[in-house]
Design a protein around this ligand. Structure first.
Ligand code: ADP
Length: 479
């Protein structure tokens, strides 16, 4: 199968979050299954490993012809093309300190057109990918790709067998803009209803209407976007019925406690107790917390965004910190929450550390050193940290939403099953009750705790598993 993954972000070249991670890791897993995979993303800057193919395409958009170039890299059996155009060479991917760039529709429509053109123009070690391809567009940015295929190419007898899939990583961003911009896209006005959202142009809606299949990043999120978390597109998503799938993201090999280079001591399921003891002691030493092996250590790593529900931890903190616990938090974003991190350190100096910033190493060390991981997200399309936690024998306490429902099963002491606690209602009481159970079990029921850890560590969150499901959906997306 020939697969073109088209995205505004492909890690490690460009990434602001989960979208970049998925578009970096999924293609590798598909290539390992023997598929021919090409990722196509903007060339935001000069990448030392990507070379100019010399191929140019001229694309008419917004009343002008634009010339794009293509740079090529190949890693782990995956081809990567980077579309070169001056509008991509900016400080940010989507915007800067003044907000989102005003020409984002143009920039990502250009990416989408350039991606389709690349399939027949750019040789990849000999042959171009060809017209018998599956286009996997992602989020609102490339939502217009299926529109171009239906409006410009298929009517001309081209790409007649090509499949189209739209990946939904976060339906909260839709790229909505003024209706008059539709004229700039250079397709017939007869296609306007696909993009029309209350009289504005909505690229995500356009993709959700015209892609032959839609894949949300978890089965539960696929249901939620048809009900109450579709940010206005619930009706569109539910009308797609059997074309809408949910496939859980996988976990990258960089997050494996047996090989993790950031840890004080690596460990696996057989020596989880010793491994976690060593990593907890190291974290306490590093952060200047009292060196106590027995104290329950709570960890939190998150973008400090409304979505992540860190304000719930703030509200529950007086209750939580009345207990004999340590709380280690890492994150950046909202200045109010960053301020609260600092204030909490001052209020509970022997119990709380709040590290403001982005710190890959510390994120790994928190996953390994903590006993309990907090993830009270308001909504969470898939979520990675709860899966990392389970791999590291760190028991997650989460709000039951999105992918957190698919991955964390609440502990049932009678059946001796479950991998953590998922509280049903987004409220301080919900978090406090779940934390009450977690602390009670950690302190008083060591055998049960070890069972929770073991079941979490045994879960298969591999990309291989997810890539096989993607492959089935791709096959089903052909006309
Ligand atoms: P989202 O994509 O919505 O941010 P996920 O849970 O899917 O949430 O993924 C978040 C990723 O970003 C994880 O790999 C997490 O460890 C990482 N991360 C978030 N904040 C930080 C931070 N301050 N420092 C280091 N890593 C972080």
């Amino acid at each position: 199968m020939n697969i073109a993954v088209v995205s505004a972000e492909v890690a490690p070249w460009s990434k602001t979050g989960g979208l970049g991670d998925v578009c970096g890791a999924l293609p590798r897993a598909l290539a390992a299954l023997g598929e021919r995979v090409l990722t196509i993303a903007p060339r935001y800057k000069a990448y030392p490993d990507a070379w100019d193919t010399g191929v140019r395409a001229r694309i008419y958009l917004f009343g002008q012809t634009h010339e794009v170039g293509y740079f090529h890299a190949e890693t782990d059996g995956v081809h990567h093309l980077f579309v070169d155009h001056p509008s991509f060479h900016r400080a940010g991917i989507y915007g800067d300190s003044y907000g989102a760039y005003g020409d984002n529709l143009f920039r990502f429509a250009l990416l989408s057109r350039a991606a389709i053109e690349a399939c027949t123009r750019v040789p990849l070690n000999g042959e171009p990918l060809g017209e018998d391809v599956i286009f996997h567009a992602n989020d609102w940015h490339t939502g217009v790709l299926p529109l171009y295929l239906e409006a410009l190419y298929r009517p001309a007898g081209r790409f007649s067998r090509a499949g189209t899939v739209l990946g939904i990583h976060n339906a909260g961003h839709q790229g909505t803009t003024a209706a008059h911009e539709f004229a700039g896209l250079d397709v017939s006005a007869r296609w306007w209803p696909a993009a029309d959202f209350d009289g504005r142009l909505n690229p995500l809606k356009c993709g959700a209407t015209l892609a032959r299949k839609i894949i949300a990043v978890s089965p539960n999120y696929a249901r939620e976007i048809t009900r109450d978390l579709g940010f206005g597109l619930e009706g569109i998503f539910s009308s797609r019925g059997r074309d809408l799938f949910g496939i859980l993201n996988g976990v990258d090999d960089a997050w494996d406690p047996r090989t993790d280079k950031h840890l004080e001591q690596t460990y696996g399921i057989e020596d989880v107790a010793e491994g976690k003891r060593a990593n907890k002691a190291a974290l306490q030493r590093e952060l200047g917390l009292p060196a106590r092996p027995d104290v329950p250590m709570l960890g939190l790593v998150a973008r400090l965004d409304h979505q992540k529900g860190v304000d719930l931890v703030q509200a529950a903190a007086p209750w939580l910190l009345r207990h004999d616990v340590q709380l280690v938090m890492l994150g950046s974003g909202s200045s109010a929450l960053e301020g609260w991190f600092r204030e909490a350190e001052r209020t509970w100096p022997d119990k709380v550390r709040g590290w403001v910033g982005f710190n890959e190493r510390l994120a790994h060390r928190i996953e390994a050193g903590a006993d309990i991981f907090l993830m009270p997200s308001r909504f969470e399309p898939c979520g990675l940290n709860q899966m990392y936690s389970m791999r590291y024998g760190t028991v997650p306490v989460v709000h039951a939403t999105g992918g957190l429902v698919d991955t964390v099963e609440t502990f049932d002491p009678l059946e001796d099953r479950g991998t953590g606690w998922a509280f049903p209602t987004f409220s301080v009481e919900g978090l406090v009750e779940a934390m009450g159970w977690a602390l009670y079990t950690f302190r008083g029921h060591k055998d049960a705790w070890r069972g929770i850890q073991r079941r979490g560590m045994e879960r298969d969150f591999s990309w291989d598993r997810s890539a096989r499901l993607y492959r089935d959906a791709y096959e089903a997306s052909r006309p």
